[in-house]
Write a protein that binds this ligand. Structure first.
Ligand SMILES: Nc1ncnc2c1ncn2[C@@H]1O[C@H](COP(=O)(O)OP(=O)(O)OP(=O)(O)O)[C@@H](O)[C@H]1O
Length: 259
């Protein structure tokens, strides 16, 4: 088995903040292999891919359709199990923990943003953003803390520039507003790592730029670690570092190589 480590000393770019260089990765997926069954055949999707991010780093993962980008992101966020390989959080292995421990990590450490927002249509934007904490607390716990949770949701919505839309339902929002709402919902549980799967994939380029501005602001202001999958070179270029995936393997890493 070839272990493909994503070596920070070799892959840092001039645009990467000095503080990020040569630090232990906050999150790392090492030597990941993953296959899916197709009838009687096993189709390999990831063939020893490795990916890591330091605290406060913003990395993008780019590659052709079917190269395994989403699968790698899902493995990293404990949404999917690798067949082979390991996922480390702050240097400690997390993919082999119990189901409940992984559920806890998934809910507390990771925030997820997807291409198609997945906001609940019958709830207002504010209620959508409050939902993760409503689910996390018991009914009584939520009832006791509802004012605090509401204020937290309002603060985050203000941070992503949606304070004027809090009472709107998703159908009354633009695509960019829905995605910023989905980002706010991912952030209310105060994740350390935001995993974004094609966050601009459903948006026109100018709205996509707004979403990238929002993500970059969160990364810069809050030191939020972001791993973003995209198929768009221009979007990928805005991260500190680009990881290129080809047929389930890391093809190359580094900002300059995607130009
Ligand atoms: N749950 C699944 N069951 C079976 N096959 C799957 C599953 N998830 C992904 N695949 C297959 O694995 C391959 C890689 O999928 P993945 O979504 O990771 O690629 P991707 O690079 O993100 O592609 P895209 O850019 O099109 O989203 C694809 O051929 C896909 O059909």
């Amino acid at each position: 088995m070839t272990i493909v480590f994503d070596d920070h000393q070799q892959t840092t770019s001039p645009t990467q903040p000095e503080t990020l260089r040569m630090t232990t990765p906050l999150i790392a997926a090492n030597a990941i292999e993953k296959s899916y069954s197709k009838g009687q055949h096993k189709v390999p999707v990831l063939r020893g891919a490795g990916l890591s991010a330091s605290r406060g780093e913003f990395i993008s993962v780019i590659g052709q359709s079917g190269s395994g980008k989403s699968t790698l992101l899902h493995v990293m966020g404990l949404l999917d199990d690798p067949d082979v390989g390991e996922v480390l959080l702050d240097g400690r292995r997390i993919d082999n923990l119990s189901q409940s421990a992984r559920d806890q990590l998934r809910n507390h450490v990771f925030g997820f943003v997807f291409q198609f927002y997945h906001l609940l249509p019958e709830l207002s934007l504010l209620e959508n953003v409050m939902t993760p904490l409503m689910i996390r607390h018991s009914f009584l716990g939520y009832w006791r803390q509802r004012k605090q949770i509401r204020q937290q949701a309002m603060d985050i919505l203000q941070h992503v520039g949606l304070e004027h839309r809090v009472k709107h339902r998703p159908s009354e929002l633009s695509g960019g507003e829905m995605q910023r709402g989905a980002i706010a919902r991912a952030l209310i549980a105060k994740p350390e790592i935001l995993l974004a799967d094609e966050p601009t994939g459903n948006l026109d380029s100018s709205t996509g730029s707004e979403i990238m501005d929002t993500l970059k602001k969160l990364n810069e202001d809050n030191q939020l670690t972001i791993v973003m999958v995209t198929h768009d070179e221009a979007v990928a270029q805005q991260a500190h570092r680009i990881v290129r995936l080809k047929e389930g393997r890391i093809a190359n890493v580094g900002r300059e190589e995607a130009a």
